[in-house]
Design a protein around this ligand. Sequence first.
Ligand SMILES: Cc1ncc(C[n+]2csc(CCOP(=O)(O)OP(=O)(O)O)c2C)c(N)n1
Ligand code: SF4
Ligand SMILES: [Mg+2]
Length: 262
Amino acid sequence: MSVINTQTPPTGPAQKVAEFHTPLILGEHGLCPGCGEPVALRILLETLQELNLVQRTIGVVGHGCYGSFVRIMDIDVLQCLHGRAPACATGIKRMRPDTAVFTLQGDGDMVNEGLQEVIHAAARGENVTCILLNNGVFGDTGGQQTATTVLGQRTKTSLEGRDAEKHGYPIRIADIVASVDGAGYVARGAVNTAREVMRTKRLIRNAFESQLAGEGLSLVEILTMCPTGWFVTAPDGPDYLESSMTAAYPLGVLHSRSAEAN
Ligand SMILES: Cc1ncc(C[n+]2csc(CCOP(=O)(O)OP(=O)(O)O)c2C)c(N)n1
Ligand code: SF4
Ligand SMILES: [Mg+2]
């Protein structure tokens, strides 16, 4: 047994930052400073590891800034057509019911390009977990308004702020999916504070446990910072998320089949 010498000051940090990294992230993500998506990726992969699912997980990734994660995730993934991840996930899970299948999609991908996909997958009660990274913009293509952009939010295509009369109201997809009979678990979290990161990790875990229990489609919407698309600095991203997005998208569990059964 090694004895820690307390007589002299330590020569290096007690814990290296590298020790906190999940080994499932293979390299640098390359996204903007202050982006919330890598934080969401990290808790997703940590959860798979903690549930001992790594060897039997298949991820289906949409198109957005998070699309570059396919290069650095040490799990089986495929990238499908924009917005079609729930359909691809359906096929995989039906052919390989022993796997844990998730989709990784942005608001532009899930709520604009492929809106019907997740609703139909929920209605069919597909046993897959959909992870929605909602930042209220098409980040990857320059920060245009999406269906989830909150009222008043400035984007590249709504420089004066989203106006309900001109642009319509935002779509709360998680609430819609929660109302569909085939949904097993639906929740909304955020990654703007350490507390919310930990809470969101618990929601992701619940969602995978729901999938493993065969309860139907599970969805976790995660509000993520996009300082670049929001015209704010990286340090201001978390507060901007709090003041703009969480009012429109309240956090918490929206539907849980197992909780209702108890
Ligand atoms: C069929 C099709 N339409 C449009 C695009 C262009 N496109 C690529 S990524 C993207 C934005 C995705 O936005 P979102 O899913 O919100 O992800 P974010 O970049 O915000 O993380 C768009 C419109 C495409 N690749 N394919
Ligand atoms: S544009 Fe937004 S979502 Fe894309 S990497 Fe930058 S901060 Fe992240
Ligand atoms: Mg987006």
